[in-house]
Ligand binder design. Structure first.
Ligand code: ATP
Ligand code: MG
Ligand code: MG
Ligand code: MG
Length: 469
């Protein structure tokens, strides 16, 4: 069986052998890019190379990139623990051509690597192409011998990639793996495509046009390639599993969580173990890259991830801080590939311990309040927004934590009510400041609250945290 570490190495070696420069993952916090919360794909560190603003000594590259998809435009937080294929933190393997090779070589490399080097059965693979991209469909037929029945034409933006409102853009082609008819779900483009039978493993983006100004699309003189394959999804296939959480790295973390809580890894707390394993990775890698829990921006996304995991640990019966005890298991799994988590291990443990200690009493009290309130509601009734706001404001429950807790009972939060309560609170805060004659900027107020370290003050960050900052 290939370990995740072997798979990553084999991928990078394949492209290195084929002339690509192996480039290290960039940190999760993008440098000089205030528009993006976290690195969420391999191309992020190469944005300026694709647009031509920046030159590199190489024209092709390959990476294993740390990605976080939580809190920003791509937000997979709510999927975690519930789908077989989503994480908040994952690794994206990729190859890139900066005006060097284009579609034929990109398809050829992907196909050779999958079917020859990794030995995947061809009949389990199918591909999507953008409906207007006949080139790509023809190349899949000619190079891979893919029958027409397994080349699916998709007319939506799922298969047309853009860097932003303007800039490079182009069609993409995605490779899917069929895990077999014992698993529910339809092929891409079908009404039940969100099932877990056909899993998207690799996205090949053909940067073919430049859109500038908006609405005018011209061919790029030297088109480029950007690809991304999820290591965890690919490892699942190669390790004979259907579910990412059954692969070596994540399973080891689930077992560590099971041991620390005394709860069967596959018993009633199966989802909770998965959430803990996933969020432990996101938390550790974010802290190692310099993000600390706070009430704003990136720090608040980290706090949301951690508190969500803490609720699951609490449900499993953990009465003392738990997450920090699992860090060594993660460092054992991933420290060789990412030495930054070895260097940061002590800091991560201390940060998690402190954050969990601070949240514990609030969590316990907040969960009691929530239980009392929901007991009063009819079955499936929505939780009033002011209660969700009280949980947020007084007990430090990020909105998504409350939503996650209610999900088990099939309930939702009244979001309009929540937002109204939030707006009301802000208005009061502003009015209070106006009275003092000081500059009533919210920033000052938030900074002050942070400096004072008021443990009960945990609010006001949802908006920044939800938007791309
Ligand atoms: P999906 O449709 O399954 O959510 P996506 O289309 O959002 O995936 P891309 O943006 O195309 O994903 O990213 C390229 C690859 O990265 C995907 O094909 C997949 O293998 C992997 N990937 C994307 N999101 C996640 C995630 N949340 N967890 C694990 N792997 C992911
Ligand atoms: Mg997605
Ligand atoms: Mg997709
Ligand atoms: Mg995709």
């Amino acid at each position: 069986m290939s370990s995740s570490n072997d798979i990553r190495a084999t991928f990078l070696e394949y492209f290195a052998r084929n002339g690509h420069q192996v480039v290290a993952s960039s940190p999760l916090v993008p440098r000089n890019d205030p528009t993006l919360m976290f690195a969420n794909s391999g191309m992020v560190q190469f944005k300026n190379v694709f647009t031509g603003q920046e030159k590199r000594a190489y024209s092709t590259a390959t990476t294993a990139q740390k990605c976080v998809r939580a809190g920003g435009k791509h937000n997979d937080l709510d999927n975690v623990g519930y789908t077989a294929r989503h994480h908040t933190f994952f690794e994206m393997l990729g190859n890139f051509s900066f005006g060097d090779y284009f579609k034929p070589q990109a398809i050829e490399h992907a196909w050779t690597l999958l079917t020859r080097d990794f030995g995947l059965p061809r009949e389990k693979l199918l591909v999507t192409v953008y409906s207007e991209d006949e080139d790509a469909a023809k190349l899949w037929r000619d190079i891979a011998g893919m029958p027409d029945s397994r080349i699916i034409r998709i007319p939506t933006s799922d298969n047309f990639w853009r860097m932003g409102d303007t800039g490079p853009c182009g069609p993409c082609s995605e490779i899917f793996y069929d895990h077999g008819d014992s698993i529910p779900g339809g092929p891409p483009g079908s009404p039940d495509e969100d099932g877990d039978r056909f899993i998207e493993i690799w996205n090949l983006v053909f940067m073919q046009f430049l859109e500038e100004p908006a609405g005018t699309r011209n061919p790029l003189p030297r088109p480029s390639i950007d690809t991304g394959m999820g290591l965890e999804r690919f490892a699942a296939i190669l390790q004979g599993k259907h579910d990412n959480y059954d692969t070596d790295t994540l399973r080891a973390l689930i077992l560590a969580s099971a041991e620390a809580t005394g709860q069967d890894p596959d018993g009633p707390f199966r989802s909770s173990h998965r959430v803990v394993a996933d969020h432990l990775r996101a938390g550790t890698f974010l802290i190692a890259d310099g993000v600390l829990p706070s009430n704003e921006g990136r720090g608040y996304v980290l706090r949301r991830i951690l508190r969500r995991a803490m609720r699951h640990a609490h449900m499993m019966g953990a009465r003392d801080p738990l997450l920090h005890r699992l860090v060594p298991a993660l460092v054992r799994q991933m420290g060789a590939a990412y030495p930054e988590i070895v260097r940061a291990e002590a800091l991560v443990i201390e940060t998690l311990r402190l954050e969990e200690t601070r949240f514990r009493s609030l969590l316990d009290r907040g969960l009691h309040l929530l239980a009392d309130e929901t007991a009063r509601l009819g079955q499936g009734a929505t939780l009033p927004g002011d209660i969700a706001f009280r949980l947020y404001d007084t007990y430090g429950f990020p909105l998504d934590l409350t939503q996650d807790a209610l999900r088990e009972q099939g309930r939702a939060v009244d979001l309009d009510g929540f937002n109204a309560a939030m707006a009301e609170q802000k208005k009061r805060a502003r009015a209070a400041w106006a009275g003092t004659g000081e500059a009533a900027t919210e920033t000052v107020w938030f900074d002050l609250k942070e400096t004072l370290g008021a443990t009960d003050f945990l609010g006001y960050a949802t908006e920044t945290a939800e938007a791309e900052i």
